[in-house]
Write a protein that binds this ligand. Structure first.
Ligand SMILES: Cc1cc2nc3c(=O)[nH]c(=O)nc-3n(C[C@H](O)[C@H](O)[C@H](O)COP(=O)(O)OP(=O)(O)OC[C@H]3O[C@@H](n4cnc5c(N)ncnc54)[C@H](O)[C@@H]3O)c2cc1C
Length: 426
């Protein structure tokens, strides 16, 4: 089916994550037609996914329906469909059963985790990118304790209560800290046959320090804060030979039931549909104005794009980059509609933060580094401000306050059939 010829310029935005949503909001109420296409009906606030994975928050607390977010803009249509092909010459794309013509295209389809060619590891060690991933990890974590509570063999019990997080970037650090907290505090009194506080949490990182994109003093602080929580750090090593039963680290087999992957990213496959130059992780190498070579009407932003014109290295895959690029791409479209040229993009880096647990975090605001309680407060504040939707802000704030004073995490739900996974070995 072909949509009718647009009287007004038609802008298509693919992906309603951090970048796409910012672009759409800036184009709202403008005399143009905008279509936002996403394969899910919700925007996910990915920085809080680990809180869903560790039962602190529910999926709906960190997600907002895309239609709801954009409903106040009459010129924006939302389509639930997956983009499967792009024809740059015809200025068309196919999504679901439909073809769409565009005058301007903004691609913001993000990234997925990468298993560096070992795709069979995905089942053994899920990564954390979507709500489905978070709910699956939560299920595995909670089931591991249930299973350990049922069996009597000490070695099998220890393996069930050993959690390996592979990758010591912000996601791995947050996951490891949160698993240690839930086992030491939240679950500590819930079981009669096991002591959840004895759970082993192992963080495996190929570099010699965690948070290697942060300044060294903050990495050192993060490592101390993790160790204070009882997280074992295995640094300068790689996880190998993953199986259902465990994994190997430098020749040592570590029996562990739950493994979580936080070690690598690859760009969304939408980049490959363009025939434009890609870097090794599959990101589209964009011009300094975010357009793709030879097609000023097409821009790629956020995790999908490799923008190396500022520091000589690609900008990091973080939400401020995606949001600033989203707004810039939208302004470029408006400029081009008025006959102007797309403008050069400059990223304004306001710093970065990572949280480790209750009262534990690190913050790098470029001109100052700090950690512990003040960093944790700053982290809470920033995340509440940027969370999409007033309802979500209130819900998250209330649950954080409740968890802070009671150590309780309310979303400890195991959904889906689990009988087979609970059965003790025969
Ligand atoms: C667990 C985790 C924690 C993080 N923590 C932080 C943090 O603390 N601070 C920070 O700054 N950044 C953090 N990030 C990174 C940040 O979330 C990303 O950099 C940001 O989401 C990138 O925005 P984006 O718009 O490029 O892509 P995304 O936000 O990933 O959005 C991509 C959108 O495209 C849609 N899509 C994908 N393919 C298609 C298709 N073929 N057709 C239609 N739609 C499609 C997806 O459904 C999605 O809605 C974290 C990321 C993760 C995964």
């Amino acid at each position: 089916m072909e949509n009718s010829t647009p009287a007004k310029p038609h802008v298509i935005i693919v992906g309603a994550g951090f970048g796409g949503l910012e672009a759409a909001k800036l184009l709202g109420h403008k005399p143009i037609r905008v279509t936002v296409i996403d394969r899910t009906n919700h925007h996910v606030f990915q920085p809080l996914l680990y809180e869903v994975a560790t039962a602190a928050l529910s999926p709906a607390d960190i997600a907002s329906p895309i239609r709801g977010v954009l409903s106040k803009f009459p010129n924006i249509d939302v389509v639930l469909a997956e983009v499967r092909g792009i024809d740059l010459t015809a200025k068309k794309l196919s999504a679901g059963e439909q073809d769409f013509s565009y005058d301007y295209l903004i691609l913001a389809t993000g990234s997925r985790h990468s298993y560096f060619g070992k795709d069979e590891w995905e089942k053994l060690a899920p990564g954390l990118k979507s709500l489905e991933d978070a709910v699956e990890i939560r299920r595995r974590l909670l089931l591991a304790f249930e299973y350990a509570d049922r069996i009597t063999d000490p070695a099998a019990r220890q393996a069930a209560m050993t959690f390996a997080v592979i990758g010591g970037g912000p996601t791995g650090v947050e996951m490891a800290g949160a698993i240690a907290e839930i086992s030491r505090y939240t679950l500590a009194k819930d079981f009669r046959h096991i002591d959840p506080s004895l759970a082993r949490v192992i963080l495996i990182e190929g570099d010699e320090r965690v948070l290697s994109s942060f300044p060294e003093d903050l990495s050192a602080s993060a490592m101390k804060q993790l160790r204070d929580l009882g997280v074992e750090l295995r640094l300068g090593v790689h996880a190998e030979n993953l199986t259902e039963q465990g994994l190997e680290v430098r020749g040592e087999f570590i029996p562990c039931r739950v493994k979580i992957w936080a070690a690598g990213n690859t760009a969304s496959p939408v980049g490959k549909m363009l025939g434009a130059p890609l870097d090794r992780p599959g990101r589209v190498i964009v011009n300094e104005d975010l357009t793709i070579p030879g097609h000023p009407e097409v821009q790629a932003i956020g995790d999908l794009a490799n923008f190396s014109h500022q520091t000589g290295k690609p900008l990091p895959g973080v939400s401020p980059v995606a949001m600033q690029q989203g707004r810039h791409a939208a302004r470029n479209v408006l400029t081009m509609i008025e006959g102007g040229k797309p403008q050069r993009f400059r990223y304004r880096d306001k710093g970065s933060m990572a949280t480790i647990g209750r009262n534990k975090a690190v913050a790098d605001l470029n001109f100052i580094h700090f950690s512990g309680f003040p960093a944790w407060l700053a982290w809470l504040f920033i995340h509440i401000i940027f969370l999409v939707g007033f309802r979500n802000r209130v819900a998250v704030l209330l649950q954080w306050a409740w968890a802070y004073f009671t150590f309780n995490k309310g979303a400890r739900l195991i959904t889906r059939n689990f009988q087979a996974e609970l059965r003790p070995p025969s």
